[in-house]
Ligand binder design. Sequence first.
Ligand code: ADP
Ligand code: MG
Length: 670
Amino acid sequence: MELNTPLSGLPGIGYTLAKRLIRLELFKVEDLINHYPFRYDDFSKVSKISEVKVGETVTLEGEVWSIKNTYTRFRKVLTKATLNDSTGSMELIWFNQSWLTKNIKVGEKIRASGKIDRFGSKTTMVAPDWEKVEEGKVNLHTGRLVPVYPETYGLTSKWLRQKIASLLPRALFQIGDPLPNSIKDEMLPLPEALNLIHFPQTFDDVAKAKKRLSFDELFYIQLATQKARLDWQQKQTIKPLKIDQEKINRFVKNLPFELTSAQKKVTQEIIDDLQKGHPMNRLVQGDVGSGKTVVAAIIIYLTYLNGLNSLLMAPTEILAFQHCQTLTNLLAPYGLEVGIYTGSRKILQGSSHVIVGTHALLSKTLEIDNIGLIVIDEQQRFGVEQRTLLRSKAKIPHFLTMTATPIPRTVALTIHGDLDMSVIDELPKGRKEVRTHFVPAYKRADAYKFIEAQVKEGKQVYIITPLIEESETILSAKAAKVEFERLKKEVFSHLRLGLLHGKLKSKDKEEVLNQFKDAQIDILVSTSVVEVGVDVPNATIMLIEGGERFGLAQLHQLRGRVGRGSEQSYTFLFSEEENASAINRLKNLEHIHDGLKLSEIDLKIRGSGEIFGTRQSGRWNLKIASFSNLSLIEKSREAATKILEQNPDLDKYPKLRAKLSSLAQTVSPD
Ligand code: ADP
Ligand code: MG
């Protein structure tokens, strides 16, 4: 057996089991060893039968005096056994496990762990975990801290425990410890940590094991991203760009507004990058409405002035169409041709200088020469597939990624350790904060009245239906449709309503959006697809249903769709859960208007998953560490930096290198 032996190749694992294991993403021996318990049942207290009390969780050890199946009135099987230690007898009861009478025989010694309960008039132990007591066999399922694992149908913790216990000694021997001593310092050696995470004696063991395993997880991310950054700096750019400052100045001066100082600062940071010998790889983070697009436009223009073309990739067609429009307005006067390339529309002049598109840009058939700049908008929506844009080009274009998702700095330095970062930390002048209210259910009618009055004054409204799953599914589309019908029939029957969701054909999406832009629709009922990009300044109200299902930062991004003009705008938050903690969480949005702060609160309350959305967290799926453990993040980052400073190629650390190459799929820029 090796660490990379497929589980399906092990004795006792047939086709069915292997399929169940795959459902848990367990493919090889190593995966199973790294399948960590999510909690432990404390069955460590071994008691005498004469001394147990109702409500206690204990382990009993004794001889089975009887065992038989009985049937309830509803033909359910109850298995009842009598267990005797020298102090007394206890009845054990299991439901629907008739096979137990074949496994447990009268006269055998067993150990049973569970809660002491009353069943009818008797004191019993209901549905205990159990195992036989045999000479020389260590207990796994009873009489100790018992690990409980993420399970799937037909694959129990008991099975996993058994399998892991049998594979562990050999696997740990092979795993060794890839971390150099200088880094490990007072932490447990890896094999010991793995052993204790599965089979701890005490909760202190669990804490120590967690610390080591969390450190490793964070450390390898840091090492991978920092290494990627060093490697990137070795790459050759297609060419360092020349900056025609005069033309840039004129372009900026002719914009319909003055750039904010944050926009100017970030533009300059980008321009500095472009003049270097290696390609730029920069992430621009800025709240919704902070004006990232125009910054991209300036850089695209600059690229054009150097005789090179640009690609701009957006996560949705809606957004791609909108960008195409914006860029045409800004750039056509300077002679740039803007093309579009999405699943449903491909309009490319032979001479397009900028091509705006969706994922479709990644398709192999699209061959564009002379690409000097690639802009990825709403980067958090993409996985690493964007990197395929680079293919195997020897000289690579400059990379500019943009996101409105605020990520706390420590976390950003970790997951984006391969990128340089700029922040547009200022909104254009004259923007009013979106007044945000949590609305309890009994005030729903008032909210609708307010909306009605505002529509009479010519304003427009978004109504956002609850997020049902992270990515737009048939279910969320259906929920939006149901709400749309309800509102049309029962609430706003005399207003003009539109429906938008991700399952619409892109032609229909575009039509709805255009109608909304042209004010032919008063109220747009939509799933959270509008989160990204849509810009309709006359829309001043957003009502969000099921707010508890969204992360705070995500809600902040959503409400950024209103408050785009000079009028006072409003967001009304509804919640399906009305408990204090859900409400208090949402109320943060009433007084905090800084996306970064909100994301930090999210991180504290709900953990990191909420911040990044599925794609991003998929890039770094943390199994055991948490992005809220700032001190461990710092410590692991310092460790990674130190190692790379001494030995950037990692040739002195073959084990670390091997580990990184197994992660490479997820980070490597090419
Ligand atoms: P985001 O950062 O969310 O992508 P956009 O680039 O879509 O923001 O900009 C939002 C709106 O603000 C657009 O209508 C844009 O024209 C406008 N805008 C951008 N920069 C400024 C500025 N400096 N002053 C005024 N309006 C601006
Ligand atoms: Mg944008």
